[in-house]
Write a protein that binds this ligand. Sequence first.
Ligand code: SF4
Length: 344
Amino acid sequence: MITRSPAPLQRHHDAEPLELQASWQSQLAGAVRDPRELCRRLGLAESWLPGAEAGHRLFEVRVPEALLARMRPGDPQDPLLRQVLPLGEEARPAPGYVADPLAEADHTPARGLIHKYAGRVLLIASPSCAVNCRYCFRRHFPYAENAPSRAQWDETLDHLRRDPSIREAILSGGDPLAASDRQLAWLVERLDTIPHLKRLRIHTRLPVVIPDRIDDALLGWLGATRLQKVVVLHINHAQEIDAAVIEACARLRDAGVTLLNQGVVLRGVNDSVDALADLSERLFEAGVLPYYLHVLDPVAGAAHFDVPDDEARELVAGLREVLPGFLVPRLVREIPGEGSKTPL
Ligand code: SF4
């Protein structure tokens, strides 16, 4: 197995190399959490600061160094920066944009568990993320009410034990890989003992924003489970995929993981055929299949990212003209109450 020691990373906007801290945990703890610091590091004009501070008061800034290093300095339209830079627009009410756009509160039969679709349940394995994406449909999620203790996890897992129709456990969050390996190993060992469970799916952005998260400790518990493993990454732009991300993906594949991506079509980030085609090509170079392309969930504070459904359909039609079918993601919307994602 390849062991990668964190290499010095060259920042785009600095002549000096940025020495990343040794562990993923310290990179997580050391993420930029101050809007002033974010604007300063990216060389943005002072005029961006009031909006950044206003948005930060609604949903705090969080950007790990490894992601910051892939942004272009002095460019407020950088597609990675746009995903994490708070804006004053977030405070502006928009009709139809609500705190819980997928009505998840109606589907939580046990603490830390969301059961919306037949055959699979979602476990909130961590209340926080390594990066705070401004368009996140869970930006208002009441994580404090859904963070089970170990005793409560046992009760939550009883829900899975009692229902033989459940074949798949999905670790979500927040970002499940923001939890410690000890916690995750504990949880996955218990899932392993539920005979009717076949698959473990992990929805995460951590291998993208802190690729060092895919370390030997993680691969240890992941490799030990009898469950089939699927990791669904969340990548919206080709610029997110650098050499370290490709290596993290390779390590996951070597551990027997199927890698899929689900992105979101976002105004100002990837709302062109070229950007989406580059994303699909780059994903495949990393061994990841572009599976879903979501339209934006109407979460309060994110209306400025919206790409109307008709425009999104045209973008995907444009992808069909330039890509083989297996690189064209399925365009979907999640509609509360529907038994699955709705193809557009
Ligand atoms: S849950 Fe995913 S989309 Fe939402 S803030 Fe965390 S990493 Fe970003």
